[in-house]
Design a protein around this ligand. Sequence first.
Ligand code: SF4
Length: 498
Amino acid sequence: MAQIKTTGMYKSFPRSGSDTKTSHYCAGCGHGIVHKLIAEALFDLELQDETIIFNPVGCSVFGYYYLDAGHISAAHGRSPSAATGIARTLKDRTIICYQGDGDLGAIGLNSTLQAANRGEHIAVIFINNATYGMTGGQMAPTTLAGMKTRTTPFGRDPLTDGYPLHVCEMINELKAPVYIERVSVADTRRIMKARKAVRKALKIQKENRGYAFVEIIAPCPIGLKSTPLETARFCMEEMEAEFPLVCLRDNSADQPLLPTPKKIVSVKDFFENSGTDLGISTAVPDESFKELRMKFSGYGGQGVLSLGLWLAEAARIDRRFTTWFPSYGPEQRGGAASCAVVVSGRTVGSPDADHPDLLVAMNQVAYERFIGDVLPGGFAFVDLTVPINVEPRAGVRLISVPALKLAEEFGITQSANTVILAAISAFGVSNLSRESLLSSLDAGFRKKPELAIKNKKLFVKAETWIKDQWKSSEVRECESAEIAASEDTAHGTGRGIC
Ligand code: SF4
């Protein structure tokens, strides 16, 4: 028997260490057919080396084992959003979002509609098999009325479960899409039409014409708990009665339909070539500078986000690379709030500080939540009122400072964060210059210069006071023995502090 030459796919699929030539799809599944159609089109259109495929969460999550192209996995349903970023930054690439009913029609419907409405330059291949195959055959948005699934054992009832979702028709309500067609892979004749549709969608990408959407009705015998033949019949008769095979739009010949998107200005270009003196200085690479990751935490309203911003501002003044990454709950003021700041001598990769070198915790909740994350050799500053009932890792220096009390004594009750900034300066733990830390308050209070003056005075006073009081009962390093003792106290009537 002559060997069929398969182009655009890997020769074998070495999943889990085995060099198998069979896919993980069930017998009679439509995914394998669609993969083959995409692979052939990529090869014939010479797109293989410039294509990036987003695989969904679902049965075809392993698409990267089969299709010989670039692959990215996005969060469930978010392929069109992630693909937007890639399509806009890598304009010479062909982007395919390969998605199933759950990924596209349920959790990702908003991403789908918004990307279609923006006319992103992506090809979406939507596999509609009327069920959630991977998880065992639950109802999908496209499940037919009356159809029995694991979660609709008496049949989908439109009164309680809604009607089957017609995604093609929804997208057809939008102006931007260039091409919208529904096809099927239930028999050979239909596969040939699906082949043309897939090619057209990819050709539209190759020619940079805009958004293309191809819905493919595909058999899922396992989800339907039926035979491949019966499932093919179900697709051709029952599914097509609900989802007619139709080309709803093809504007691809009217190109250029969409104006060429404006060139996106990089952040670097924006700051360097804006023609306006924004007082912005660019960072200078310095491999000798030790990268510092910091976490500032407390309640909303305690100024921890501002404190982080000041550190980032000081880093900017010192011409370091820096990021500020806030995190707070829906209540914001009064709820938990924190931010991560990274200061580096080179471009910052992740802006997070899961394992900080420096922690500021302004309340007990923040202390208990983050103290165990501080790296050995790192510092933690806590307000004196915070009960120290959890021991840091060995090698972490824990310093308590009466920030709230000092701010009150100096007459600016809201400025405990300024006292902590002074403490960071006093202990020299940020690798940033004192002048920059002090000047950061000018930026922090740009709209209220009188407060900048007051806080700068507080900074100077607090810094001197902290140095003078170092190792007194008020500004001190907590020792392990004391923490253990305070832990004992915590079992009694009240919680101790070191
Ligand atoms: S469960 Fe359905 S969609 Fe998933 S691999 Fe099996 S037949 Fe295909």
